[in-house]
Design a protein around this ligand. Structure first.
Ligand code: 48N
Length: 316
């Protein structure tokens, strides 16, 4: 028995596609009329002319202009996962005067937020994180104490597009932060973070099998590190701080406890050493916080808090 047609008075049908058509909230209109000039005469179709060097110059002139401009940034964010992207969006929209460099080791930003848990599609966020979804215009189903975005990629793609649309953000993807720039500050042996050391990720992965391939740099008085929990690339900055004797040791991420993990990560997002704010799952490695598993509200709100901590430092 097919479900009653909610929007059209059609006879019950055993053909499911008819039921689908009957319930479409958006009526099909065919190829968008804005493309009809093309689709109406394919045999006559041709692109405007171009020379290969024009493509090369269009890409390289812009990329190297960005490298030159962002060599001195106001804020660097390491890691464009759900926390880093939320921090970038919040900071860029709150302070459009700040120049923000967003460094992402992967070709594809988004970290672990393209899927829910165990490769399932839906993404769960506990309230009040739905306020951020409202802010960026992502639809969700309200389940009472939590909401569900129908596909994690809808959240991540929407947030990524909003970040990339910000005039004051430059995403350097496929680019790894290999080290931190430091300045001696305070008591003997203590430092302030003053930027990042970068390299193409493919180069960073092959230092061992090539002669020295030195890195590049970005100076910035504030760095937000959201590189995720420990893994091949994860927990980068906090592991580097231990190696530089700026942290005694890592607390190590604890077992899964959703009820405690998310509050701890959001409330604990803070400046760990002068100039370096840590958020998201990277923070769990510092504080020995529990993991929360496949719920993402803490990542988003930790990103919001990291942005607020950065604004406090800017305004100091
Ligand atoms: O998604 P992640 O790994 O990290 P977060 O903190 O944004 O979100 C964590 C979240 O996905 C979870 O782990 C969920 C909630 N599960 C928890 C649990 O209990 O299992 O994004 C980190 C990003 C990635 O895209 C990395 O590629 C990137 O950071 N990255 C780096 N980018 C540049 N330079 C580096 N050195 C670097 N290290 C990591």
């Amino acid at each position: 028995m097919s479900p009653p047609s909610a929007t059209f008075d059609l006879p019950a049908s055993t053909n499911p596609t008819n039921v689908l058509k009957a319930n479409l909230s958006v009526k099909p209109t065919g190829i968008a009329t804005s493309l009809s000039a093309i689709s109406s005469n394919w045999p006559a179709f041709t692109f405007a002319p171009i020379r290969e060097s024009q493509v090369s110059r269009a890409m390289t002139s812009r990329y190297f202009a960005d490298l030159d401009s962002y060599a001195e940034s106001d804020v660097v964010i390491i890691g464009a996962g759900s926390c880093g992207l939320s921090a970038a969006y919040t900071l860029a929209t709150a302070r459009p005067d700040l120049k923000i460099a967003l460094l992402e080791a992967g070709v594809a930003p988004g970290g672990g937020a393209w899927l829910g848990g165990q490769l399932f599609s839906a993404m769960v966020m506990r309230k009040p994180a739905q306020l951020f979804l409202n802010e960026i215009g992502v639809a969700y189903e309200d389940e009472g104490d939590f909401v569900v975005v129908k596909h994690a990629a809808l959240f991540t793609a929407t947030l990524l597009s909003k970040v990339l649309a910000c005039e004051n953000v430059k995403l350097f993807n496929a680019t790894t932060v290999e080290d931190l720039i430091t300045r001696a500050e305070g008591e003997e042996g203590r430092v302030r973070i003053a930027g990042v050391v970068t390299n193409w990720t493919l180069v960073a992965m092959h230092h061992g099998d090539q002669s020295c391939m030195d890195p590049n740099t970005i100076n910035a008085p504030i760095v937000i590190s959201t590189t995720g929990h420990d893994g091949p690339f994860g927990a980068f900055s906090v592991k580097r701080l231990v190696a530089m004797q700026q942290l005694p040791q890592l607390g190590g991420m604890r077992g899964l406890d959703m009820g405690t993990a998310e509050d701890a990560i959001v409330k604990g997002t803070r400046e760990i050493v002068p100039g370096l704010i840590v958020g998201g799952m990277e923070l769990s490695e510092v504080d020995g916080a529990n993991r929360m598993g496949p719920t993402f509200g803490a990542m988003v709100l930790s990103g919001v808090k990291a942005a607020e901590e950065a604004v406090k430092l800017v305004e100091k």
